[in-house]
Design a protein around this ligand. Structure first.
Ligand code: ADP
Length: 356
């Protein structure tokens, strides 16, 4: 059975309460009662710091790691006891481990040979896939003669060749340099959409996850901290952990009363409908607006970093933690300048204080 047999939106993968423990008595599990659904044709990226359980999650789905509790279902069927090669899933690892003694075609055809596909079928599929990944006619090239990016494409073609119903990628672009990664990630997304491939990828790189995914799953200590579209997660991080992981540092304890919250930075307006009471609050850098020094919260500019599309500023108020602001290059004050700050309610996010 292949991904092509399922209609977009049908459930392909379901994890229910999956727990994995390694030999660390009293320690926390590597995966802690994880629930996750992936539907056909969806691209899901699991994002999280090193050690948060991302690889273990992939290994459980592939059948390379046993779950100590919970279930893994593929197209509704429990995979307990089903060996890896019977699960119909493909995997591509960071160190893609091409076979150095085989040429490009020999590598791409590997899974097809295992399935005893005819020579003609193998040759046709290899040619089609090399075309798709942007390496037409590379069949006879030696693997050692390829650049890192080209090797990555061959590894991808090899993983796609048996037409897995679910393609799993573990830090697929981890070893490539930034420019190439940014290009490849756009190509990958287009390719998966064209083929209708269902993808479960893991990465620690938020840029990669946000560019590739239809849906992002943020992991923390073996649990899912948040899932949502890249835009939802970016605009509304659910917890202080997710906010900080995305690089947002304007997080403080606050007390909401009516339309504003009392914070160490003074009154900060909150979105309509925010309940009164204590909370954790994030002001996204775009919501820290500069005003003339005599208006708003007085701050000193302590750092100024050019980020290409904007300038990131670090501002130190007289009291309270430093504030990060983002502003256009033409409006950016110099380091050491005194400025005022006002807060924009649309960039204020109330975080779930029960999760840390
Ligand atoms: P990530 O992929 O997010 O870096 P992993 O899934 O590799 O995280 O690891 C999650 C946790 O499980 C870590 O604390 C790691 O040390 C532990 N772990 C992973 N694999 C093993 C193993 N084979 N033996 C013991 N501990 C492991």
């Amino acid at each position: 059975m292949t991904a092509q047999d399922l209609t977009a939106g049908q459930e392909l993968l379901r994890l229910g309460g999956v727990t994995v423990r390694f030999d660390n008595p009293g320690g926390r599990p590597a995966l802690d009662a994880v629930d996750l659904d992936v539907v056909a044709h969806e691209i899901v990226c699991v994002l999280g710091p090193s050690g948060s359980g991302k690889s273990t999650l992939l290994r459980v789905v592939a059948g390379l790691q046993q779950a100590h509790a919970g279930r893994v279902l593929l197209e509704g069927r429990d995979q307990a006891g089903v060996p890896t090669h019977r699960r119909g899933v493909g995997m591509m690892f960071q160190d893609h481990q091409l076979f150095p003694q085989r040429d490009v075609a020999g590598n791409v055809a590997f899974g097809l040979r295992m399935r005893r596909a005819s020579r003609a079928d193998q040759e046709r599929t290899v040619a089609e896939l090399l075309e798709l990944v942007g390496l037409p006619g590379a069949q006879r090239r030696a693997v050692a003669s390829l650049s890192g990016g080209e090797q990555q494409r061959v590894a991808l073609a090899r993983a796609l060749a048996p037409r897995p119903r679910l393609l799993m990628l573990d830090e697929p672009l981890g070893q490539l340099d930034r420019g190439l990664r940014e290009r490849l990630v756009v190509e990958l997304r287009r390719l998966f959409q064209e083929l209708g491939t269902t993808v479960l990828a893991v990465t620690h790189d938020q840029g990669e996850a946000f560019a590739l995914a239809d849906r992002v799953v943020v992991m923390q200590d073996g649990r899912i901290a948040q899932t949502g579209t890249p835009l939802e997660v970016w605009q509304r991080p659910a917890t202080a952990f997710v906010a900080r992981f995305l690089g947002f540092d304007n997080v403080v304890d606050a007390t909401v009363q009516g339309e504003a919250a009392a914070t160490p930075w003074g009154k900060v307006p909150v979105p309509d409908g925010t309940p009164d009471g204590p909370c954790r609050l994030l002001v996204r850098p775009a919501g820290v607006r500069l005003t003339p020094a005599e208006e708003g919260l007085p701050c000193t500019v302590t750092a100024r970093t050019f980020r290409g599309t904007h300038v990131a500023l670090l501002l130190q108020p007289a009291g309270g933690p430093a504030l990060e602001a983002a502003c256009a290059l033409r409006d950016a004050p110099e380091s050491g300048e005194r400025v005022g700050v006002a807060f924009a309610a649309e960039d204020v996010v109330i975080l779930d204080a029960s999760a840390e």
